[in-house]
Write a protein that binds this ligand. Structure first.
Ligand code: TXA
Ligand code: MG
Length: 329
């Protein structure tokens, strides 16, 4: 793969949106902020551009991409929405929710982006920079998180730069993202299924649906060759250091990722300490999660000990990412 591209970095604004649209139309790769994490965009209808995108990320091509569109009409040109899917779209779009629905006949998203599936993942991002780029481009933009496959998702333009500079055409810098974990993915094929917990809590989705979301079977989740939402690949969100969950103490040389009041035995011997939210706020913790994992990992600790985080609201997505980061590699 080409690793010698000149990667342009532009501050968000009208000129950057125009430049992004132009690069996308020319088959280029453009990183931009969404409210969840930074995405790496390509023209959803351009198979060659999508092939470059997989190569730039080092991502397996059986792992399909999310198509980002500006409004519901554009979403319905790509996917077929049943009554429940429509209710979720109307309640939560634009926002940190991705819906997996059957493709329309003549769906303009390239087969390479959907990994040959007859379903497609769609999202309308709320971030004004993402909105401006998708509108200026005028068609669907496929965008995975803008990181090397297997790395932690980027929440700052600097994270994108450190992973992908020289491999992509443009990075639009819109500052830190707001939500900090990827979108929640709900499959709307039969009964609505929570394929990936994310930036929109299960509780809020279930309140709108009036029924509980199903979870995929455990065995499907652990079979890495046939991922249901392959963001579920077991060790997807991986720092270099090993990660130890539910820490009640800190071992010498470990870094501590704290949550809430942190008074653990061994704290003084920690090689570094960062607190996701001293006040115990799960939204704040989600926004800080990936940046703090990157920052602690950069200090080269033996391991990162992580305090317990409650499994509610955005805690479900935070714990999902932490469990994947903790899988032995
Ligand atoms: O917040 C987000 O969702 C970010 C921003 C950039 O939008 N994007 C993101 O994309 O997280 P990515 O590629 O890192 O994760 C997309 C997930 C993958 O787990 C993929 O397997 C799943 O969506 N996916 C895509 N199409 C699918 C489909 N047809 N059926 C099931 N899962 C699908
Ligand atoms: Mg990703």
């Amino acid at each position: 793969m080409k690793t010698s591209l000149e990667t342009l970095i532009l501050p968000a604004g009208h000129a950057a949106a125009e430049a992004a649209a132009w690069r996308l139309a020319a088959g280029g790769l453009v990183a931009f902020p969404t409210e969840t994490v930074y995405g790496l965009g390509a023209d959803a209808g351009n198979a060659a551009a999508i092939a470059h995108l997989y190569a730039a990320k080092g991502r397996p091509a059986f792992n399909p991409l999310i198509a980002h569109v500006a409004d519901l009409a554009a979403a319905q040109a790509i996917g077929r929405f049943d009554a429940r899917a429509l209710r979720l779209a109307e309640a939560f779009w634009p926002g940190p929710l991705t819906l997996v629905v059957p493709k329309t006949d003549g769906c303009p998203v390239a087969d390479l982006a959907t990994a040959g599936l007859d379903t497609v993942a769609i999202r309308i991002p709320a971030h004004p920079v993402a909105q401006a780029i998708v509108r200026a481009f005028g068609r669907a933009v496929v965008a995975p998180s803008a990181n090397i496959s297997g790395h932690v998702s980027p929440t700052l333009a600097a994270h994108v730069e450190s992973d992908l500079a020289g491999r992509i055409d443009l990075i639009v810098d819109g500052g830190p993202v707001e939500v900090g974990v990827e979108s929640t993915i709900v499959g709307c094929l039969n009964a609505p299924m929570l394929l990936r917990p994310g930036g929109l809590s299960r509780e809020r989705i279930e309140a709108v649906l009036g029924l509980p979301l199903l979870r995929p079977q455990a065995e499907a989740e652990s079979d890495d060759s046939q991922p249901l939402a392959p963001g579920m690949l077991a060790s997807h969100y991986a720092p270099r250091a090993s990660v130890r969950l539910d820490a009640r103490d800190v071992a010498p040389g470990e870094a501590l990722l704290a949550f809430g009041p942190a008074r653990l035995p061994g704290l003084d011997a920690a090689s570094a300490v960062m607190n996701l939210s001293p006040g115990g706020d799960l939204d704040e913790a989600a926004a800080n999660l990936f940046g703090y994992l990157r920052a602690l990992d950069a200090k080269g600790p033996r391991a990162i000990a992580v305090m317990t985080i409650p499994e509610q609201d955005l805690g479900e997505a935070i714990n999902d990412r932490l469990r994947r980061a903790a899988v032995a590699r």
